[in-house]
Design a protein around this ligand. Structure first.
Ligand code: BGC
Length: 821
């Protein structure tokens, strides 16, 4: 074999022939049957195509039959646009066309590429003959069928390709799909069942199109609102993030009742991606190792323990080492400590970045060796697959990458392909058949609107309700105004039809067409449906002109859609024109209800003193209905913040703790409230709204708290208490359960979230609830900033704590002692 990795012409020719011959012999001496008629005689079927064998036996047989070139090709993921380039000479990331046969031959067969990625802007072409970008479920399925059938039919060993895509809040690319609240809003539901339902809806859409490797969920913690991917995180607290992620993965990876392909989730971005030193994406994070162990890793562990098939690596560096090249993170911690057994994929172009950005490798072979030896099994989008082949083969031939490491990576990738059912598609046995049915794809992609609405309703977080101005009576005359009052684009945010959001037909945003706006309900639509007298004021002048007849203003403000990079913001806040509008509306004396449509807490400016503030997040295609339901009292808003909300009021503290003067004088308070702490009130925790905060139209109390008195370090404890609805309407209460450790050998958080209850009660109704948590949730790393000791549980006294009532949020004034032995 040549060092360059080029397959010799005779072998390549033979590969083509094998696909249509009845039997032949591989380099490894295994008979390769024809794809068609392979079942005619039991003896002619290749062992890995024999569905009656166990997966491990099929993987072993296939690995034995593969050449080195075929193996390393499995470790390469290329953009789908390399196949849709109309120029067969380049086969590069160009254009939106039907897959080009010459490029499929080059990439999938000659270079043996094992995985295809649709990035945020790579929507498929129209497949009905109209030309241009298509982007229906059927278009996705058709593009998949063309490519998959080609790969299966023409690859020497008939190995299917695995197709990956970011379906982070529903299958966000096809424009017809209902999209769930972004994860930060899902986190506010504190409802793992909603995250699981979201996973199931997403998986059904993905499996119907064949794009069944999902690059979700994000298990990075929300620890710095400046970071433009905060909206993709569930929460600042590991226990909540882990619970939501685990449930979501369970839903994503569940087998479908109707059979068909399975879906793999991807826990990302391992590890500590959200905590760069300056809030910018893909940057340096400096993480004391005990903090990494105690706080950062448990969120990822929630997803890994739920069985996620894949893990994606952080694009940044930790303590001076790019995560992509960190053997410590990707092998010592992820594999050896956390027990992950699936596929590790790099993030986008991060393997060559070890040379080009991080300069820790002199050339591409050096970069690949660093990544693969650290633990990366598959590289996402190395720009040039020719160079990839040559470089990785060189690494193997020079001994920089051991052959055993290649086999280990490929075994994991093939195992995933078998587990996803890729070898059992109809097109494997008969290439004349489609792999997935494009006629069923649109129905699967459009399903799930009820689950989306339910999640959106549960996410509504009422932050302020002066004089119980809400709920409004449906015979009010509401004047609806503000930037986001009628903007599906803003209420969906990033990863919606296109990477940075959907901006409408003909709008070419951020490297790709961001075309058709998904169907759904905006705030204006939702309010008009529930209040026929409501009027829309498109600007400030009209809004003020309507003052005399208005019974209240609903002003929808917040952030425009964004995603990676473009979303970073040193001080996220309502824009000056939005603040001016709110001030002007407040000047009319009419009630002002501020609806915040944003992917993270934002500085509210004058809205801090509005009559009501409702956080609606980037709250889904159905967010407008959920907002109207909350405003008119069709639902009791039950969302609770999964992140601390800082104040940007000059020189004053948050109104929750009484507004202590800032040592920074007139500087925005923001800077001493960022990043959020999330570990309980502790020292100087003084946000505008704390973690877990959210008002309701009713009131609740918690009482009769008890806890398992004595637990072993590997055992479980159960907190038992009674929740009562003491108000006059039905509602749902969320009760965070914390544990404090009064005496410890090392510094521990003042209190740690270990679990929570979500209880729906009629007025006057009480219910006893049990929250069980493992003692291991209280583990602390006995190490320090430089030491890597995994957490262990200290025997001793602990205190379960929760809030007795809603009068002073976060004061955890109900407690019970227990002992860990
Ligand atoms: C993002 C990942 C994503 C990948 C593929 C990257 O830019 O960081 O989260 O999965 O693109 O679209």
């Amino acid at each position: 074999m040549s060092v360059s990795g080029e397959i010799s012409p005779p072998l390549r020719r033979r590969s083509r022939t094998l696909a249509i011959a009845t039997a032949a012999v591989t380099a490894a001496g295994i008979a390769i049957p024809a794809l068609v008629n392979s079942s005619a005689a039991g003896s002619s079927i290749a062992p890995w195509l024999d569905a009656s064998r166990p997966t491990s036996a099929r993987v072993d047989a296939l690995l034995r039959a593969m050449t080195l070139e075929e193996k390393v090709g499995q470790m390469d993921q290329q953009l789908v646009t390399t196949l849709t380039d109309p120029n067969s000479a380049t086969c590069a990331d160009n254009g939106w066309n039907l897959p080009n046969t010459a490029c499929m031959q080059k990439i999938l067969i000659d270079q043996h590429v094992g995985s295809i990625l649709a990035g945020g802007t790579n929507n498929p072409p129209d497949t009905t003959g109209k030309g241009g970008v298509g982007n229906t479920g059927a278009d996705w399925a058709t593009e998949y069928n063309i490519i998959q059938r080609y790969a299966i039919k023409n690859s020497r060993l008939h190995i299917p390709v695995v197709f990956g895509v970011d379906a982070v809040h529903g299958f966000g690319h096809p424009y017809q799909a209902p999209l769930f609240p972004q994860s930060i809003g899902m986190g506010a539901t504190w409802d793992p069942a909603a995250a699981q339902a979201g996973g199931e809806v997403t998986a059904n859409a993905l499996r119907a199109t064949g794009w069944n490797w999902d690059f979700a969920p994000v298990q990075d913690l929300s620890r710095d609102n400046r970071w433009g991917r905060t909206y993709e995180t569930w929460a600042e607290e590991p226990a909540l993030s882990a619970a939501m992620g685990a449930a979501n993965i369970k839903g994503l990876q569940a087998a479908s009742a109707g059979g068909g392909l399975k879906v793999s989730a991807t826990v990302k971005h391992f590890a500590g991606y959200s905590q760069s030193v300056n809030g910018h994406d893909r940057n340096e994070a400096l993480l004391p190792l005990n903090y990494l162990q105690d706080t950062i890793l448990p969120s990822y562990a929630g997803g890994i323990d739920a069985g996620a098939g894949a893990v994606m690596v952080d694009s940044g560096s930790i303590n001076g080492v790019p995560a992509t090249a960190s053997h410590y993170l990707l092998t010592d911690i992820l594999r050896d400590q956390m027990g992950f057994r699936g596929v590790v994929i790099s993030d986008y172009q991060d393997v060559p970045a070890l040379q080009s950005t991080y300069h820790i490798a002199a050339d591409l072979p050096g970069a690949i060796a660093a990544a693969v030896n650290a633990g990366v099994d598959m590289s996402m989008q190395v720009s040039n697959p020719d160079q990839w082949q040559a470089a990785i083969l060189q690494d193997v031939h020079t001994g920089k990458i051991p052959q055993a490491r290649i086999d280990q990576a490929v075994r994991r990738i093939l195992t995933m392909k078998f587990q996803l059912g890729l070898f059992n598609q109809p097109c494997v046995a008969d290439p004349a058949k489609p792999c997935v049915n494009p006629n069923a794809a649109d129905a699967a992609v459009t399903a799930g609107r009820d689950q989306t609405l339910k999640a959106a309703q549960e996410s509504m977080t009422l932050l302020r309700n002066q004089g119980n101005v809400l709920p409004l009576s449906p015979d009010s005359k509401v004047v609806v105004t503000g930037l986001s009052a009628d903007s599906m684009t803003n209420q969906l945010g990033g990863w919606s039809v296109s990477w940075q959001g959907v901006f409408g037909a003909g709008h070419v945003c951020c490297m790709g067409p961001a075309n058709q706006i998904p169907p759904g309900t905006t705030v204006l639509g939702g309010i008009k449906a529930e209040d026929p007298a409501a009027v829309y004021a498109p600007d400030q002048a009209t809004a003020l002109a309507d003052a005399s007849s208005a019974s209240a203003y609903v002003v929808a403000v917040g952030e425009k859609a964004y995603a990676e990079g473009l979303g970073d913001n040193p001080a996220p806040a309502l824009a000056p024109d939005q603040q001016a509008l709110i001030t002007a509306l407040e000047g009319t004396g009419k009630p002002v209800i501020v609806v915040v449509i944003a992917g993270r807490p934002v500085g509210l400016g004058p809205a801090e003193k509005a009559n009501a503030v409702l956080m609606a997040y980037q709250g889904s295609t159905e967010a407008g209905q959920a907002v109207a339901d909350a405003i008119f009292g069709k639902i009791d808003p039950s969302g609770k913040l999964s992140v601390s909300w800082p104040s940007d009021a000059p020189g004053v503290g948050g109104d929750f703790n009484g507004g202590a003067p800032s040592p920074l004088g007139d500087q925005p308070k923001f800077f001493d409230q960022l990043p959020g702490t999330g570990s309980g009130p502790g020292h100087s925790y003084n946000p505008l709204y704390p973690f877990g905060y959210g008002l309701s139209y009713t009131t609740f109390t918690n009482s009769a708290l008890t806890v398992t008195p004595t637990v072993r370090t590997h055992g479980n404890a159960t907190a038992t208490f009674t929740v009562t609805n003491t108000g006059s309407v039905a509602g749902t209460d969320i009760v965070p359960v914390y544990v404090a450790q009064p005496v410890s050998a090392v510094v521990v958080p003042p209190q740690r979230l270990v679990g929570f209850a979500r209880v729906t009660l009629n007025p006057g109704q009480s219910k006893q609830v049990h929250v069980t948590f493992p003692a291991s949730a209280l583990g602390v790393s006995q190490g320090d900033i430089n030491s890597a000791a995994p957490p262990s549980v200290e025997p001793g006294g602990y205190i379960v704590q929760l809030d007795k009532d809603d009068t002073t949020p976060y004061d955890v004034d109900l407690s019970a002692n227990f002992t860990i032995r």
